[in-house]
Design a protein around this ligand. Structure first.
Ligand SMILES: Nc1nc2c(c(=O)[nH]1)N[C@H]1C(S)=C(S)[C@@H](COP(=O)(O)OP(=O)(O)OC[C@H]3O[C@@H](n4cnc5c(=O)[nH]c(N)nc54)[C@H](O)[C@@H]3O)O[C@H]1N2
Ligand SMILES: Nc1nc2c(c(=O)[nH]1)N[C@H]1C(S)=C(S)[C@@H](COP(=O)(O)OP(=O)(O)OC[C@H]3O[C@@H](n4cnc5c(=O)[nH]c(N)nc54)[C@H](O)[C@@H]3O)O[C@H]1N2
Ligand code: SF4
Ligand SMILES: [Mo]
Length: 839
């Protein structure tokens, strides 16, 4: 057993992990008590990383079409196709689309190859969909993409504004640090989000603003503070505006902000993913600059990064509108970079941003596209269009860890990459802290590190010297040395002290932060911004918002394999306010179609008073591999912010309509199915096998759903009920299908636990319950300990009326803590009626 210190695979908090390898592909995970990002804490996703390191679904060999190929053959082909494109159509016919899930070393290699040696800046990254507006706002205010805060500021602030951030779900360890600070010092928390999220439930004040109301709100706030003598600035036209929220809510916000100069504004996708995202960022920065709330303990505007290495990618220059190391495309900057890389092929100016890049693929201007560590067929706006563009591309190369992502299915050449637990290198988190990810396992199959794959192609294109690295430490040292160029052009980024790290120093590198606790430029400026208004289309009267679930990661290629994480939400839900549901004649639990000018998708409905009237929400995660028609990005328009090019994922035009079905069913089965021609299906991982929810018109095609084997069936024609069990040859349960036309379907959990097992008697399964039923746990709340809502409610009735007391009584919430906001919400729902009775 070896104990390895590494960093979590998922979000930009960048938690340190102590991993103990217990077998060939087995690992136990603990938070690293010494890592300054998390001091031992982990959320549900980090905690369950061990469930995602198996080899299920992995791409293990290079593939040309559907044929296995050798590495030399595949890499020769990649290089030949690239060279042919460059010669025949020029460097701009080649593009890379990369990812904040690459390591810094991978990112550096890809950026150097394309910008330095192919001679085009057509390399963009999924950070365009994520951080581009924050980057642009920083550049406008600071002249550099600098985040002037550290996590400790959250602990020293008296007031924290969370803008467009569902922190409790998406940056759960930051949320836990905020919660701990609140307990210790009474920090006030304001959540600014149109939805009442689990984060908003826990806030002192929830400002449920209209979609994209942020610039107006922050302008009005700054104007109010100016009126109180608290802000130093020359007001501009548009600053004095309607805050767009009820007067009493605005007054409370102004009071809190006026009273608490130690204030951090943490902002995330509700700010960035907007056609006015850069202005929102600057509206937030303006407030901090004009009130002097920046560069001091407990004060500053804090953009949270999404992916584990979104920040590292920004540093190396992976966006198409930066060159490298925070540098741009001026003659002086280009000259320095060309000298450092020793190239005369350096690109001339900025390249295409993601949305335009895929347009260029569609129009045939880009003929060679290499996608690394991202799944644009799912995650890009107007993903239907993106898929068609990818399918048309002359050469599509995909480097991934998974064989059959929605994007990889369209590739001509698939290259197997090392994944988390196998790769080795560095990542930078939201507070500019660089940590090592370290390998736990040997490379599976023929998988290789992303940087190595890129370097092999660089060599084949005739640049052996520029791509001669042998190990990640070589790449890192070169990158660190290159950052010495940044200060020459007035930038703060500078890692050049690390350019002389020995291999051993690199192996043992401890987490360190660049730029100091408050990275600040020498000059900062306010950027006057004005709120824009949106046009409402009468055919699409609702606003469509999209975002994340607590226990799923993006396109589910990894978290979708974890049975525990899959319990939190087994289906993608369309959240609708009760008034809108009533107006559209849609009921809770029924199916509904969301229609937009881009396309349509079908979801199960959750009628939810936490939605504002007129707005609906769907999760971004489900793909063609996991659902029939549940892909959010079929719906999202490719409208972008004019400065940053970031798409507005959170405020689209839509309408909803009911989807009547003749029958509903669920299927548990040892292997995954992808049924065709149904109104609706979604599938979720179980401990053994998969649980698929289904609905359709006409007759159900039983044979298409069930595997071979001995069938046992009960039916009740009056309600259109059918229950079919399929036994494998060894007598274990291979599948179970429950169908109804007008009744209800039985509870899933017990049935789902019987797949692959021999213990359950077929009679019990046909009755859909065990002969001696275990107590109903209710929906699982604590995924770590498998504790359901019923158990927690029972504990509360027994006197456990705080989250801590519930933990002591049931263990719920005592491992990773991600479910603590959900427990608090359950308690609140129980305690309120008791208090009301007493009053
Ligand atoms: N569980 C989980 N965690 C993750 C990820 C994941 O996939 N799953 N992904 C990681 C990544 S890459 C990212 S970028 C982060 C994202 O982290 P977050 O930004 O916290 O996540 P989202 O759910 O995309 O959006 C946040 C909130 O913005 C709100 N919002 C929508 N429109 C507006 C608006 O106009 N104004 C305001 N103020 N708010 C608005 C939405 O209602 C939503 O609740 O999460 C990271 N962490
Ligand atoms: N509607 C809507 N859409 C959104 C968003 C939203 O809020 N709403 N958010 C956007 C945001 S913020 C983001 S960041 C994107 C995320 O969108 P994507 O980047 O497309 O999502 P992932 O599922 O994380 O894709 C990562 C891919 O890389 C693979 N992979 C993992 N590790 C490695 C590795 O080391 N090497 C290689 N080569 N491959 C690897 C995984 O298997 C997976 O296929 O989605 C964006 N899309
Ligand atoms: S908060 Fe959770 S997902 Fe994010 S880095 Fe920490 S453990 Fe990983
Ligand atoms: Mo992101």
């Amino acid at each position: 057993m070896t104990d390895v210190r590494t960093t979590c695979a998922y979000c930009g908090v960048g938690c340190g992990i102590r991993a103990t390898v217990t077998g060939p592909r087995a690992v136990t995970i603990k938070g690293d008590a010494e890592h300054p990002a998390n001091f031992g804490r982990l959320c549900s996703k980090g905690t369950h990383l061990g469930e995602t390191v198996g080899l299920e679904g992995r791409l293990l060999h290079p593939m040309i079409g559907n044929e296995r190929a050798g590495w030399d053959e595949a890499l020769d082909l990649v290089a030949d196709r690239m060279r042919a494109c460059i010669t025949e159509h020029g460097p701009d016919s080649v593009a890379f689309y990369v990812s904040g899930q690459l390591l810094t070393e991978d990112y550096y290699a890809a950026n150097k190859l394309l910008k330095g040696f192919v001679g085009t800046a057509n390399i963009d990254t999924n950070s365009r969909l994520c951080m581009a507006s924050a980057v642009a706002a920083h550049n406008r205010a600071f002249g550099e993409d600098l985040v002037p805060c550290s996590y400790t500021d959250l602990e020293e602030a008296d007031l924290i504004l969370l803008v467009g951030s569902n922190t409790a779900w998406c940056h759960p360890v930051i949320w836990q640090r905020i919660e701990a600070a609140r307990e210790a010092r009474g920090t006030k928390i304001v959540v600014i989000d149109p939805r009442r999220t689990e984060t908003a439930e826990q806030a002192d004040l929830h400002v449920a603003l209209a979609p994209d109301g942020d610039t107006a709100l922050f302008n009005a706030l700054l104007h109010a503070l100016h009126g109180m003598g608290l802000a130093d600035l020359v007001p501009w036209e548009g600053l004095a505006c309607d805050p767009g929220v009820p007067a009493d809510v605005f007054a409370q916000l102004v009071d809190l902000v006026a009273a608490n100069p130690r204030m951090v504004t943490l902002f995330s996708m509700g700010a960035n993913q907007s056609v006015g995202g850069t202005d929102k960022g600057n509206a937030i920065l303006n407030l901090h600059l004009a009130t002097g709330r920046i560069g001091k303990p407990g004060a500053g505007p804090f953009s949270m990064t999404g992916q584990p290495n979104a920040m590292g990618g920004r540093e190396v220059g992976g966006l198409s509108n930066t060159l490298a190391c925070h540098l741009g495309f001026s003659d002086a900057e280009r000259a320095d970079v060309a000298t450092f890389w020793d190239t005369d092929l350096l690109c001339a100016g900025p390249g295409l941003k993601a949305v335009d890049l895929f347009r260029a693929v569609d129009e045939g201007r880009i003929k060679f596209l290499w996608v690394m560590a991202t799944n644009p067929a799912v995650s890009m706006p107007d993903a239907g269009f993106v898929r068609e563009a990818l399918a048309k591309c002359e050469t599509l190369v995909v480097s991934d860890v998974i064989a059959e992502t929605d994007t990889a299915r369209l590739a001509h050449i698939r290259l197997p990459a090392l994944g988390w637990g196998e790769k080795d290198g560095t990542v930078t988190n939201s507070e500019r802290r660089i940590s090592r990810q370290r390998a736990l396992f040997d490379a599976p199959g023929e998988a290789r590190a992303d940087w190595r794959i890129v370097a092999e192609v660089g060599r084949r294109l005739g640049h052996a010297d520029a791509f001669s690295w042998e190990k990640p430490a070589d790449v890192f040292r070169e990158y660190a040395a290159m950052t010495a160029l940044a200060p020459r052009h007035g930038k703060v980024l500078d890692l050049s002290a690390l350019a002389a790290l020995s291999d051993e120093d690199y192996e043992t590198l401890n987490p360190f932060q660049w730029g100091g606790r408050h990275a600040l430029p020498s000059a900062m400026q306010l950027v006057p911004v004005r709120a824009a208004s949106i046009q409402v289309d009468p055919d699409f009267p609702l606003r469509l918002n999209t975002g994340r679930y607590r226990d799923q990661w993006h396109t589910m290629t990894r978290t979708g394999l974890s049975p525990k994480l899959s319990q939190h939400r087994r289906e993608p839900l369309l959240e609708v306010h009760p008034d809108d549901a009533a107006a559209a004649a849609i009921e809770d639990g029924a199916l509904a179609r969301v229609v937009t000018p881009q396309g349509s998708a079908v979801f199960r409905v959750s009628v939810h008073s936490g939605q504002r009237p007129g707005e609906v929400f769907v999760p971004m995660h489900w793909t063609d591999a996991m659902a029939g028609e549940g892909r959010a990005n079929r719906l999202v328009a490719p409208n972008v912010d004019p400065v940053s090019g970031q798409p507005g994922f959170k405020n689209g035009a839509a309408r909803i309509e009911p989807v009547p079905s003749d029958w509903r069913a669920f299927l548990v089965r040892a292997d995954a199915v992808r049924p065709e021609g149904l109104l609706y299906w979604t599938t979720a991982r179980l401990l053994q096998g998969w649980l698929t929810e289904l609905a359709g018109m006409g007759m159900i095609d039983i044979d298409a759903l069930l595997p071979q084997g001995q069938r046992l069936e009960v039916a009740d024609a009056s309600r259109g009920m059918r229950r079919i069990i399929v036994l494998a040859e060894d007598g274990t349960v291979a599948a179970a299908l429950y169908v109804t036309r007008s009744g209800t379907l039985p509870a899933r959990d017990w049935i789902a636990a019987q797949v692959g097992l021999g213990e359950a008697a077929p009679a019990e399964l046909l009755a859909a319950r065990p002969a001696s039923p275990a107590p109903d746990l209710g929906p699982i709340v604590c995924v770590c300990h498998g504790i359901g809502a019923r158990t927690i409610e029972a504990a509360a009735r027994g006197g456990a009326c705080t989250v801590a007391a519930v933990g002591a009584a049931t263990a719920a919430g005592t491992n990773c803590g991600s479910c603590r906001p959900a427990i608090a919400k359950l308690l609140e729902a129980l305690v309120k009626p008791i208090e009301e009775k007493a009053a």
